[in-house]
Ligand binder design. Structure first.
Ligand code: GDP
Ligand code: MG
Length: 196
């Protein structure tokens, strides 16, 4: 699958083997159309250069190493939630394999926000007793005039979910880098508290 480093200063040679504990599988879930693939494309660096080979490798899986708080982390990002071609099993699979989850809704679509709650419940059921890092993501924050879900509602929902919250815009690339750094920090918090 596709691998790429996040910033120009860290070249691909920096990417080490995946055996280390610094490699995290992050899964994008959420209603169709909320912007999961758009976020994944930014992560993959599709917009970084014209002759990107992302299409050729065309799986719904991306890998990238980023520096977060002076420590490198490799994220394997899965964007296969909407892959109907593969059938329903793919969703069960997604619910099982993530080290962390990005539950995405669109701030312009209340139904997608309500769906996010459903997904949180499903995830809790699928991974009972596990303290899984989750970020609730309100995407399309650039569409201010079409907003149906307020920032306060998103934040309140994250409190109920017991997870972090961020609003992003894949369209204008706002908070996207922060989102992926944020999920790394969430995984590390749990890792570090286990080590104590
Ligand atoms: P997915 O079904 O969740 O993978 O959603 P997509 O990434 O395919 O996006 C669905 C549609 O929303 C596309 O037309 C995108 O261009 C658009 N879109 C995605 N993110 C944003 C955003 O942050 N702002 C705006 N204005 N449009 C977005
Ligand atoms: Mg998609």
């Amino acid at each position: 699958y596709y691998r790429r480093s996040w910033s120009s200063e860290s070249s691909d040679s920096v990417i080490s083997s995946e055996s280390g504990s610094n490699c995290y599988r992050v899964v994008l879930i959420g209603e169709h159309g909320v912007g999961k693939s758009s976020l994944a494309n930014i992560f993959a660096g599709v917009h970084d250069s014209i002759d990107s080979d992302c299409e050729v490798l065309g799986e719904d899986t991306y890998e990238r190493t980023l520096m977060v708080d002076g420590e490198s982390a490799t994220i394997i990002l899965l964007d296969m939630w909407d892959n109907k071609r593969e059938g329903e099993w793919i969703r069960d699979h997604c619910m099982q394999v993530g080290d962390a989850y990005l539950i995405v809704y669109s701030i312009t679509d209340r139904a997608s926000f309500e769906k996010a709650s459903e997904l949180r419940i499903q995830l809790r059921r699928a991974r009972q007793k596990e303290d899984i890092p989750i970020i609730l993501v309100g995407n399309k924050s650039d569409l201010v005039r079409c907003r149906e879900v307020s920032v306060a509602e998103g934040r309140a929902c994250a409190v109920v979910f017991d997870c972090k919250f961020i609003e992003t815009s894949a369209a204008v690339q706002h908070n996207v880098k922060e989102l992926f750094e944020g999920i790394v920090r969430q995984v590390r918090l749990r890792r570090d508290s286990k080590e104590k």
